[in-house]
Ligand binder design. Sequence first.
Ligand SMILES: Nc1ncnc2c1ncn2[C@@H]1O[C@H](COP(=O)(O)OP(=O)(O)OP(=O)(O)O)[C@@H](O)[C@H]1O
Length: 449
Amino acid sequence: MEDRRAKQIAFSIILLLIILIITSRLSLKLSETFFLICGAAIAAIFAVVTVVVIRIRFNARRKQLEIQLDSQGRELRIEYRFLRKVAGVPTKFRHRELEEATDGFKSLIGRGGSGTVYRGILSDGTAVAVKRIDGEERGEKAFKSEVAAIASVQHVNLVRLLGYCIASTGPRFLVYEFIHNGSLDNWIFVKSSNCGGGGRRNGCLSWDSRCRVAIDVAKALSYLHHDCRSCILHLDVKPENILIDENYRALVSDFGLSKLKGRDESRVVTTIRGTRGYLAPEWILENGVSEKCDVYSYGMVLLEIIGGRRNICKMSKKKFEFFPRIVVEKLRDGKLMEIVDERLVMGGGIDERVLQRMVVVALWCIQEKAKLRPTMAEVVEMLEGRVVIEDPPNTQMLVVDLLSIGDDDDDDENGNRKRGARPRFVEMDGDNPSTSAGYSFAFSTLSGR
Ligand SMILES: Nc1ncnc2c1ncn2[C@@H]1O[C@H](COP(=O)(O)OP(=O)(O)OP(=O)(O)O)[C@@H](O)[C@H]1O
């Protein structure tokens, strides 16, 4: 466009100069002035032609460079996007992109303590779960913990954080890969029972799948504790935070409560949060956490996987049943099959040696004294049958789970624990727990999530 305009101007100037030569030839004949004007006009024509040619060439070169840079930029952008994907670096999404992906946040998958999860499809066809983190300060904390903990880690048994979205105002979002079979609680608990969970039901996970899931979760936690630059404490291990993929393999999710612990630190001080029924006793007593808190929660989950029921089960208004205690008794009496999820016993195919191994590992994990518990790396070894496992010490289970039994208001419609509910410190006496006044000092250290 610019070139055409320059050519038009040059053409007009040259035309004017030629007209000038012709008119001066007619009026001045072949005088000296005519030759002067003629020489100057020819020089001007030459200069105009030179300028136009240089300009056209310059523009052509500039255009070529622009095209070249543009294509290099595009290639770099593609390469960068690819490298981010390969390295697992989360992408920053715009709110509009997430709105489009979730069709206006319409298809709700679930609700947790820190936010609401929606199903979505990204523009490239990737199925995602978009978690909207609610609450100002708490939301900010959960968001930062989650991104800091899993943005840099990669493991087949950890759910992948694909991206995030932070707007200057409004909630924050985390975008995960979508895991098709939902959370483990839907696959192990019986809905109708008091000791089951509420919500969506999927089915009953087979014995073999349960064994695989147990090892998958143990491997994920072992990786977080031992194989990352800092030790990552999950601090909220429970069936709701274990997702099951289409091959019935487990992926640990929800890092909203996680903490990083330096390799030279023995424990990290943090306020008491998490979910009743899975909290290690020392967290409440000493107000510090270590990887042994995850080991405790894992042991509790392992028992629930085997039994297909919650560990703490409300039988009536004042009566509770503590499953780990029953497990200890049945192990002692050699009647372990009686603690297995009835639906699996009916189907058969349970290897009693594997069952015994899993139970013993779980009982080691829930030892009240943290230092007696194995590491998650040892748990993997034990579950895979690579080491001989000694019998766990006889534990009194006096302080069962400081947050496990609360007010009636703290339980949901099925009698199960709600997350973040006010805790009550309990002393177990058979299956009839009572609040222990002697331990009431612990209340002052408690804070809901
Ligand atoms: N990546 C995912 N793919 C499929 N479903 C998911 C995914 N992430 C979460 N969900 C579903 O959404 C539910 C809510 O998840 P979320 O992590 O918010 O809460 P939670 O674990 O139940 O509770 P809390 O946040 O209090 O621990 C889960 O129980 C699970 O069923």
